[in-house]
Write a protein that binds this ligand. Structure first.
Ligand SMILES: C[S@@+](CC[C@H](N)C(=O)[O-])C[C@H]1O[C@@H](n2cnc3c(N)ncnc32)[C@H](O)[C@@H]1O
Length: 423
């Protein structure tokens, strides 16, 4: 009997076999696996009820595809790496995706309409659409007529637009210049980071960002979207019990230093029931835009974290995705600027990626993930900074006169809460 829904367990088993012992797969096994994969493409939601099996199939399918590659196909996969980001950025910004969604399989959109809507030339739009068809972001039911797919709608999601704009405009040119900088070293022009080389500037990352409204908004939109869809640090900290126990109304219970739009202050407001001040600190241009946090009752304050922390004795000084962007000496300066303000009840909380976390998992090593290396390389390219291990955080805290108390990894891509106290 021919199967009508995909069987996730069978697919996982056979993909594992394909990766480890391709010679053990008979002709009939291969035929059944192809049949199952075709069903999966038609009915992807069949695995949605079980997130771990869904990601296991995705991981194995990716590895199986690599395992089957000839050297020429590997070359092709790698040399065209830029294209998903570049074609997505162009298609969002030039109205191609939005126009594409006006059609459907039975009534597709003509290439000439996409050309008109985008204002770009026909050959370029045609090449972009051919690429989208290849990557599954469009279909071409008849020649030069296109319809959207599930991926088209995903790529139009405002969260995805912010994220792809950020990585295309901000991180992409820095990734692209990293090799050049490593090869030739900084020259006399004063460009020290790959970001500066890529943008042809000598000023700071944050000055550059704040002078570009589109990229500034994309960057904070991306950060907010990221926080909204990933696991939350607050879920592994019993805030009132561990941090804010017996706090009174006027006491500062949470200071989000370099807190961006203040979304983490709002998370703490939800979890914390004991009263006390919740404060967002950042650069002036960021604080000016933190309207949502202010409206929610969060205090906002312009503060440069290289200067002494003005709010004394707060229960928590919180740094999320901040240290990742600074080299060790700067991190020590930032942390040492908080130490004089900290009292015996104060905890310094860092939320960041921990390299090597997958080897410290109690049930055996986790599979390699994408986020930890991607963000460590972005930190290097954009800020000449780096990803850090547990031991590196201990070292930074000790150099700033603080002591590492706890590290709690809360995602399978190494995001962790790192807690320190005054020595
Ligand atoms: C990668 S963002 C992280 C934002 C926020 N913590 C989050 O998790 O969404 C780094 C933040 O550090 C802030 N920042 C950079 N330099 C700073 C400084 N000298 N003093 C205070 N904040 C600074 C930036 O403006 C930015 O909001």
């Amino acid at each position: 009997m021919v199967a009508v829904t995909p069987d996730p367990s069978y697919i996982i088993e056979q993909l594992k076999l394909l990766i480890q012992h391709p010679e053990a797969l008979s002709h009939e096994d291969t035929r059944l696996l192809i049949e199952q994969l075709e069903l999966l493409v038609l009915k992807p939601k069949a695995t949605n009820h079980d997130v771990s099996r869904r990601s296991e199939i995705q991981r194995l399918a990716r590895l199986a595809s690599v395992a089957l590659e000839t050297p020429q196909e590997s070359m092709q996969r790698i040399m065209f790496t830029h294209l998903p980001l570049v074609t997505t950025r162009i298609s969002n910004d030039f109205n191609i995706f939005a126009t594409l969604t006006k059609g459907h399989d039975a009534d597709p959109v003509a290439l000439s309409d996409l050309v008109k809507a985008s204002g770009l030339d026909k050959n370029l739009v045609s090449a972009i659409m051919d690429y989208h068809c290849y990557q599954g972001a469009a279909v071409e039911p008849r020649q030069d007529f296109y319809a959207p797919t599930r991926l088209t709608y995903s790529l139009l999601d405002p969260m995805v637009v912010k994220a792809t704009t950020s990585w295309h405009d901000i991180v992409g040119p820095a990734y692209g210049a990293l090799h050049r900088l490593l090869k030739s070293g900084p020259d006399e022009s004063g460009q020290k980071t790959a970001f500066q080389v890529g943008q042809h500037i000598t000023g700071s990352f944050y000055d550059w960002l704040e002078s570009r409204p589109e990229q500034h908004s994309a960057f904070y939109g991306y950060m907010a979207a990221f926080h909204a869809v990933t696991a939350k640090w607050i879920d592994v900290v019993r805030f009132d019990e561990e941090i804010a126990h017996s706090a009174h109304e006027k006491e500062a219970v949470f200071i989000d230093v370099g807190g961006g739009d203040g979304s983490q202050c709002i998370e703490v407001q939800k979890a914390h029931k004991l009263g006390g001040r919740i404060i967002l600190q950042d650069r002036a241009a960021v604080i000016e835009q933190a309207t949502k946090a202010r409206e929610a009752g969060v205090e906002t304050m312009v503060y440069d974290f290289f200067t002494e922390q003005p709010v004394k004795g707060a229960r928590a000084y919180f740094f999320q995705f901040v240290l990742l962007n600074w080299d060790d000496d700067d991190c020590v300066r930032i942390l040492a600027s908080q130490a004089p303000a900290m009292g015996p009840e104060s905890t310094l909380i860092i939320v960041d990626y921990v390299q090597g976390h997958r080897w410290e998992n109690k049930d055996g090593p986790l599979e390699p993930d994408l986020y930890t290396p991607a963000t460590a390389l972005a930190a290097r390219a954009c800020h000449d900074a780096k990803g850090r291990s547990r031991a590196d955080y201990r070292d930074l805290l000790e150099r700033a006169g603080l002591e590492l108390k706890d590290v709690r990894v809360f995602t399978n891509f190494g995001q962790a809460v790192i807690m320190g106290k005054k020595q």
